[in-house]
Design a protein around this ligand. Structure first.
Ligand code: HEM
Length: 487
């Protein structure tokens, strides 16, 4: 404990301090029961007439938690808040540079920067590239659904999640991994291990060599070796392949830039897309009217875009004939399913940091101290019953024009980010989600079942204190029991 920096007092013009504190270390409720605690603090302060924003300590970090319309607006719109600095300090689910070892790589002048990462991801997720990748995305999806066979029971948080990983590797990774099942599964396992090692200790005391840190270092090291070997061989043999890695090499990126891009891109692409694609199938499985609506949409899109002479083909075959424009624009119902799934399953806080070198003042006059972090809990808006009645219920119709709940207040929906940092992967995320949901529904009839194989008519309640999108565990687990459709 002596190594922990002693807290210095907050500026009197910063939002008021949170009540719950552990001496020296600060408000560990941020890790133990994140949403319940945020909601309680906000409520307590609002009763006293403030916006509900508050300040707290976490080991050496000063953190401000904005609340209300103005707090949210400032958080998402201010050009002075640093995105990467916030996540580097408190997210902890991706590997840190020191875990991967790229911080120590010598002789590699071109260092990876957030700007380099964004530039590359924008280039790789452009329409032309997505269109070119569509046949591979479809054949990967079909192959994985083939593996499920004619009937059975599957845990979508394994089967669909790993399919999303494969599609992500296609779009921001390389063929060497996408087309080698052993390497693909190993890389996914290493990613999962790194994600699980994001404990309170590894985040607050990254230097502490506890079991999670050791596991994280080993997994990140193995990941690094796998990727480095692939890049080295490509560079050495002069082999080329039509894939994202080749694009990075052709652009002249350094080894550090390539490895950090591959790891960062796969992490950014996997977590939310994988969890949501699996959850949408679960929600549809217990909501027959929406399953019907989506199936109807799939049939309508096929009848509109597939030439009449192919209308006798099974729906899955017709889907293979759809052009990229149809996949991107003509599935508004699946899009609404994704939108409400994200609202429910995007847990935890978005993060920023004041790296300007001076104190900042928000639009409400609150002081954000130099170096401080900001943590905006997304449930503050996504679970607000004034905006989203019955907020825990999955209800895609809430966005239809007659209800338009997401338009009730500024920044009322931030599931794809907002303001300064909108999600750079949204277009690809929507495309892959449309492909997965359409092929799964066209191919299988299915129900959601519990551990005993009994059909469920609802999903178990979600633990809102999670820190990010997460796979259901324990009593939250469900499976899909499916059977191929007869066409
Ligand atoms: C359902 C899937 C997804 C959801 C719900 C989602 C959500 C988000 C959100 C909420 C943010 C903003 C976070 C903040 O403001 O603090 C964000 C940013 C970002 N997302 Fe996504 N995302 C998804 C898929 C993807 C995919 C597939 C990729 C890339 C392959 C991706 C790449 C990024 C990147 C690079 C940023 C950072 C933008 C910046 O630096 O300004 N996302 N995403």
């Amino acid at each position: 404990l002596l190594l922990i920096k002693q807290p210095t007092p907050f500026d009197p013009h910063s939002p008021p301090p949170a009540e719950s504190r552990v001496p020296l270390i600060g408000s560990l409720d941020f890790f133990w029961r994140r949403w319940d605690w945020f909601a309680e603090e906000k409520h307590r302060l609002q009763q006293q007439g403030s916006s509900g924003a508050f300040s707290f300590w976490l080991a050496g970090w000063k953190v401000v938690a904005p609340a209300g319309i103005k707090g949210r607006e400032y958080f998402f719109s201010s050009s002075q808040l640093d995105f990467d600095g916030g996540y580097a300090a408190l997210f902890g689910q991706g590997p840190r540079l020191e875990d991967i070892g790229t911080d120590k790589m010598e002789g590699d002048a071109n260092q990876a920067t957030p700007q380099h990462f964004s530039k590359r991801i924008i280039a790789l997720l452009k329409g032309g590239r997505l269109g070119a990748a569509l046949p591979a995305l479809i054949s990967d999806t079909k192959a994985r659904l083939d593996e499920l066979g004619e009937e059975g029971t599957t845990n979508p948080f394994d089967s669909i999640y790993s399919l999303v990983f494969l599609l992500t590797v296609r779009i921001v990774g390389c063929r060497d991994i996408a087309e080698d099942r052993k390497t693909l599964d190993l890389v996914l396992k290493l990613f999962n291990d790194i994600e699980k090692s994001a404990t309170m200790t590894t985040i607050l005391f990254p230097w502490f060599p506890g079991p999670a840190k050791i596991k994280r270092t080993i997994s990140a090291g193995r990941l690094y070796m796998i990727l480095k070997k692939i890049v080295d061989e490509r560079k050495k043999n002069g082999t080329t392949a039509q894939d994202p890695l080749q694009y990075l090499i052709d652009e002249g990126d350094s080894m550090v830039q390539i490895i950090e891009f591959l790891i960062g891109g796969l992490f950014a692409g996997l977590i939310n897309s994988g969890i949501n694609a699996a959850f949408i199938l679960c929600h549809l499985g217990v909501t027959p009217e929406w399953k019907f609506k989506v199936l109807d949409e799939i049939r309508t899109v096929c009848s509109r875009h597939v030439p009449a002479e192919h209308h006798h083909l099974p729906l899955t075959k017709q889907l293979e004939l759809l052009p990229i424009e149809a996949w991107e624009n003509d599935f508004p119902m699946i899009d609404l399913c994704l939108k409400d799934s994200i609202r429910i399953h995007l847990h935890g806080a978005a993060l920023r940091r004041n790296l300007t070198g001076k104190d900042l003042k928000t639009n409400e006059g609150d002081v954000i101290p130099d170096g401080a972090l900001l943590a905006y809990h997304l449930d503050e808006i996504h679970q607000d019953p004034e905006i989203y009645p019955e907020p825990t219920k999955w209800d895609p119709a809430r966005y239809l024009p007659e209800r338009a709940e997401d338009k009730k207040a500024p920044f009322a929906y931030v599931g794809w980010g907002a303001g300064r940092h909108p999600c750079l992967g949204m277009r690809f995320a929507k495309l892959e989600n449309n492909v997965i949901v359409a092929f799964f529904l066209a191919r299988f009839e299915y129900d959601v079942v519990d551990a005993e194989g009994e059909k469920r008519s609802d999903l178990p309640p979600v633990d809102r204190n999670q820190h990010s999108a997460h796979k259901p565990e324990g009593a939250e687990r469900v499976w899909l029991k499916y059977k191929a459709r007869k066409e």
